[in-house]
Each structure stands twice: as structure tokens, then as C-alpha cells.
Design a protein around this ligand. Structure first.
Ligand code: SAH
Ligand code: F3S
Length: 446
């Protein structure tokens, strides 16, 4: 029986990507097989996240549970990767001595070597450095499972927003070589991938020399739109400060780029944005949105919000609510500010009670949900171009697809060969978290 690998992933899409790549590397180098059953695993990796909450204590309690499995199977190897690994480093070994290896987001390509180190040998299997370029160079050929795929185009972040741990846990920003990106997209397209999502902490600050010019995100989008089979392009996450003219204009001439933009704003108050070190004003944010809308009147904008940042007054919060009402954001994320060790904001005075913060979050989320539902209802009766992703989760007689604004839509199964294709679907009903529809052009795209 082959070696079985179990990976538990916490946090953002970058972590999901990293976990997939770690699995691919271990398949290639060690011939492991992935399992969903932790009980039968020979290697267990926790790919952790430290963006909010008591991330470290959650990891330690999970490790405590996993240690029980080690008592049954002494050959079991347990590894901790991701952002908590970078933050905690060798502390993990002190608090959980049974952990065999510790690696960071930028050293996952070395996991195979770390697994070879005998924990009894006295050599520490810890590597939480930031060799980002080496990581990109070591990634194996991409493998796919479905018509949609992430492609990392940059790593780390150099924005240092005052509340955020990412620059400390993933390192400063490094862009990936364009050749590698184009090669990866082409290989994915050959395997039938039709939708590419460029990912990174700040994809719109991408900048890399190529031939005789410097490529930005807008160039990457334009270039991959000419690769055969690429029908849809997304990117996430972006920063309002880097919504440059070239990126805004690309909406005019690349039809594969979806009319959906995830642009984290965090707060509607310029005073709070300044304290957050976001380096833009609400006017700049609104201007970018309006300019894209001039090319794409149907643009849907989603965002990330933090309520209860230190010093946020009721007036600041009202400004966030005004912004929400003005932009009518679609499916968005919102969080209560969480104090992160080592960040500048953790030293700011914070007089707002937790109850008050919870109340603000509730008000904000209710309004965000209101607009989400309103957008869903407004789609009923319209024809949407959707990417068929597979069979519906709950009914084998239906197929599942995604609209441009990334809503799940289920429709009657006509032909299994629609999977992976773009089809036109008429929306017939808006449910709370998904849509129902009927096929508009039963022969598929052609
Ligand atoms: N560009 C990044 C954003 C970082 S994390 C990306 O890849 O998405 C995602 C979101 O988490 C942020 O936009 C912010 O809204 C939230 N966040 C980050 N640090 C936080 C903190 N200390 N407390 C609460 N929310 C936080
Ligand atoms: Fe974090 Fe700000 Fe970068 S939210 S990931 S430091 S843009």
C-alpha cells in the first residue's frame, strides 16, 4: 500500500493553492496518494492561517488530537506549514515535540527533504525562510481537477497595512516570471481548463521585465486571453492603490475578463484608512470603480471590510455604511478587527467594546446580505453566460455552473459533455445562496 497524505488547509485561496502544490510535489517525489481520511494517513500536514483570531491556539489543539493518532501509528509524520509556522517557528517543537517538520508558505517545495530528516537524529526539520523565487522555480507541472484553475502570479506583500500579518508571515512581494505563468496557463488549457484565476496577495502590483518591456497585471491578462481555450479570466486579490489606468482599460478590450471585481476597501472612513496605512482615499476607490463601470455597466464589485479598527467611531462606521449603500457591493467579506501580534495597529489604543463591534458587524452584514439578495433577484429572467463546473452537489439530475459574478447556478442535466464549457442559462429563481436556471442554447457554446 502506498504512502497516504492528508492535508488540512486553513485560510485564503493562496493556502489552497499551496496545499495543492505541496500534494503535487509529494506525489512526484515520494509517490504519495492523497486521502480524505485522517485515520489512514501516514503523513499529516496542517497548512495554517494566522490572519485573524486565536490561530495559534487552534493549531495547538488540533496537534494535540493528532498526537493520539501517532500513539497508534509511530511511523506517522506530522508537519505544520503556512503562516502560523512562520510566526511560531521552533516554538511549535517546544510545545508539541511530536511534530516532525515545520515549513513556511515559501518553503513548501522543500517538504520532501524535510520529511527525510529523522527526528531522532538531532537535526531540526524546520525551514521557514522566504526563498520565493526558488519556490516558483520548483513547482511541478500543474495538474487539474475541473475546468477552473488558480495560477499564482506573485507572492508575499509589501504594503504593510497596519493591522495585517501577511508581510511578516509570507514575506515581501515577489512577482513570478512571465514565462512560467504563460507556460502554466498553456499547460492547463491543454488539459481542458477554461477559467484562470490569477492569485496572489496583491496581484495588481505585479511587475516583471519580459523581453524588452515591463509587464503588469493588465499585460498578463491580455496575453493569456490569446491562449487557445481560455474563455474566462479572474484575478484576486487586488489593492485599490494599484488600480492603474492600464488595468482599468483592459476591461475595454479583453472580453474574457469577467465583469466582477473583488477590491478590498476595509473602511468607508478616510480617517480610518489612514490609520490602517491603506494609502488611498474613498474618492480614489470610487473613481476606479466608476471608470471600470464606464466600460462594463454590469460590473459587480465585492470587497473586504474590517469593523472595530482601533479608534473607529460611530461616525467612521456610518461612513462605511454610506459607502456600502452607494456601491451596493455584491458578495463580500466582513470581519471584526483582530489584534495581530507584531503589527503596528496592535499598539493603538482601542476603546470600543467587543459588544459594540459585534453590533457594527451585524448591521454591516445585514446590509451586505440585503444587496447580495437584491442582485440575485435582479438576475431572474436574464440570460447569463455560465461556466459548467460539474454535477450539482445535491441532485444528480442537475448540472452546476457559475455565473460571471461567481454565483452557483443549477440547471437540468441535458448533456454531461457540457462540463467545462460556457453555456447561456436563463435564471428562473434566486435562492439564498444559489440560483436556478434553464439552458438557453441547448447545443452548448458553438
Ligand atoms: N490581499 C490579501 C488580503 C489579506 S487578508 C488577500 O489575499 O486577500 C484578507 C482580508 O482579511 C483583508 O482584506 C482584511 O479585510 C482581513 N484582515 C486582515 N487582517 C485582519 C485583522 N487583523 N483583523 C481583521 N481582519 C483582517
Ligand atoms: Fe495584508 Fe494589506 Fe498586504 S491587508 S496582504 S498588508 S495589502
Amino acid at each position: 500500500m502506498g504512502t497516504k497524505l492528508y492535508i488540512k488547509t486553513y485560510g485564503c485561496q493562496m493556502n489552497e493553492y499551496d496545499s495543492d502544490k505541496t500534494a503535487d510535489i509529494l506525489k512526484e517525489k515520494k509517490g504519495v496518494e492523497l486521502t480524505n481520511d485522517v485515520q489512514e494517513a501516514d503523513i499529516i500536514l496542517l497548512n495554517t492561517c494566522s490572519i485573524r483570531d486565536k490561530a495559534e491556539s487552534k493549531v495547538y489543539s488540533e496537534l494535540g488530537r493528532l498526537n493520539k493518532l501517532k500513539e497508534k501509528n509511530p511511523n506517522l509524520k506530522i508537519g505544520v506549514g503556512g503562516c502560523v509556522a512562520t510566526q511560531e517557528g521552533s516554538n511549535i517543537k517546544k510545545r508539541a515535540p511530536y511534530v516532525d517538520l515545520i515549513y513556511g508558505p515559501q518553503t513548501l517545495h522543500r517538504v520532501s527533504d524535510l520529511l527525510d530528516i529523522d527526528s531522532q537524529s538531532g537535526i531540526k526539520a524546520i525551514d521557514i525562510t522566504f526563498p520565493i523565487e526558488e519556490k516558483f522555480d520548483s513547482l511541478p507541472n500543474p495538474s487539474t481537477s475541473g475546468p477552473s484553475s488558480y495560477v499564482a502570479i506573485m507572492e508575499g506583500c509589501s504594503k504593510y497595512c497596519s493591522f495585517c500579518v501577511v508581510p511578516y508571515t509570507r514575506g515581501d512581494e515577489v512577482s513570478r516570471k512571465p514565462e512560467q505563468i504563460f507556460d502554466e496557463v498553456a499547460r492547463l488549457a491543454e488539459q481542458g481548463v477554461t477559467e484562470i484565476t490569477f492569485i496572489g496577495q496583491n496581484v495588481n502590483s505585479y511587475k516583471m521585465p519580459y523581453k524588452d518591456r515591463v509587464l503588469r497585471l493588465s499585460d498578463l491578462i491580455e496575453i493569456i486571453s490569446h491562449i487557445d481555450g481560455i474563455e474566462r479570466i479572474r484575478y484576486t486579490t487586488s489593492h485599490p492603490l494599484d488600480m492603474t489606468d492600464d488595468l482599468i482599460e483592459v476591461y475595454q478590450y479583453v472580453p474574457q475578463l469577467v465583469s466582477q471585481l473583488h477590491l478590498p476597501v476595509q473602511s468607508g472612513s478616510n480617517r480610518i484608512l489612514e490609520k490602517m496605512k491603506r494609502n488611498y482615499t474613498i474618492d480614489l476607490f470610487l473613481d476606479a470603480v466608476e471608470r471600470i463601470k464606464s466600460y462594463r455597466p454590469d460590473l459587480r464589485v465585492s470587497s473586504d471590510f474590517i469593523v472595530g479598527f482601533p479608534g473607529e467611531t460611530d461616525h467612521d462606521f456610518q461612513q462605511t455604511m454610506s459607502l456600502v449603500n452607494e456601491v451596493k457591493f455584491d458578495s463580500s467579506f466582513s470581519f471584526i478587527y483582530s489584534k495581530r501580534p507584531g503589527t503596528p495597529a496592535s499598539k493603538l489604543e482601542d476603546n470600543t467594546s467587543q459588544d459594540e463591534k459585534k453590533e457594527r458587524l451585524k448591521i454591516l452584514q445585514e446590509q451586505l446580505n440585503h444587496y447580495h439578495r437584491q442582485h440575485s433577484r435582479s438576475m431572474v429572467g436574464s440570460i447569463q453566460r455560465c461556466l459548467v463546473t460539474g454535477l450539482a452537489k445535491k441532485s444528480p439530475e442537475q448540472l452546476q455552473a457559475r455565473t460571471e459574478c461567481n454565483r452557483v447556478i443549477n440547471f437540468d442535466l441535458e448533456n454531461i459533455s457540457f462540463i467545462g464549457k460556457l453555456v447561456d442559462i436563463e435564471v428562473t429563481e434566486a435562492l439564498s445562496y444559489s440560483l436556478l436556471g434553464t439552458l438557453h442554447n441547448p447545443r452548448g457554446k458553438n
